[in-house]
Design a binder for this molecule. Sequence first.
Ligand code: SIN
Length: 293
Amino acid sequence: MPQAADRSIDESIQIRAFDAPLGAEVIGLDLSKPLSQADFARIHRAHLDHHVLVFRDQRITPEQQVTFSKRFGPLQIHVLKQFALAGHPEVLIVSNVLENGKPIGLGDAGHFWHSDLSYKETPSLGSLLHAQELPKVGGDTLFSNQHLAWDTLPEHLRRAVEGRRAEHTYLAKYAELQKRSPWRPNLTPEQIAQVKPVVHPIVRTHPENGRRALFVSEHFTTRIIDMPEDESRALLDEIFAHSVKPEFLYRHEWRDHDMVFWDNRSVMHLAAGTPDDERRKLYRTTIEGDAPF
Ligand code: SIN
């Protein structure tokens, strides 16, 4: 729910914070039009302040989504290239739709809490998801504020993770997802070579807003470096549980043509799920970020 505008009414763009611990609606911007430097600066600032931005009713082409996304940095191409939109390698189709029995996109993206591409040396700065076809029920996306998760982490957990690093791998839940859904193809040796495990700090400092954030997820984080396996598992489980407490969450209920732009350095997200008999299709672009520190 939009709460308060932080820009006066006569100016073209308004940023309305949601009544939630993160997220804001951007009003008055048509993403099909070239973005002025002033508007870019405004959106950039809002993205750093609110972590999730919602642009309503954007009638834009995939090309226009790519152009807007690239204003924030180079785009990353998902390892599952078979789910890229034809002619647009940077656009990942997120969809549960099957055509002739075959998936047209990645249907179980976001089944577990995660930050996009945390399994890369340079994980994503942010992702943009544009609604193409929405279910009549379900299909929400949840976002959790990882600055708040760090700020409120109990002292004993802070001490346990401070200065430590953890391993992230794309393959952590792959076999489990493959068993339960038709959307996970067998990976080729080339694809496996692209997703070698990486190590990142458990608490990262946001390179632009300077705030600290938890940076581990149930989807991709497998173990804490230099810690016995059972201790590492128990600690990660405690942190995962804390990091998605209800008081850190914004739940996005999609509307037609919504564009949602989130900061993967500040938030984790989760696809809440879509009934099997409902169709859902969105286009995702993913902007490359820095190596976490
Ligand atoms: C994702 O994890 O990028 C997809 C989220 C969603 O489908 O809601």
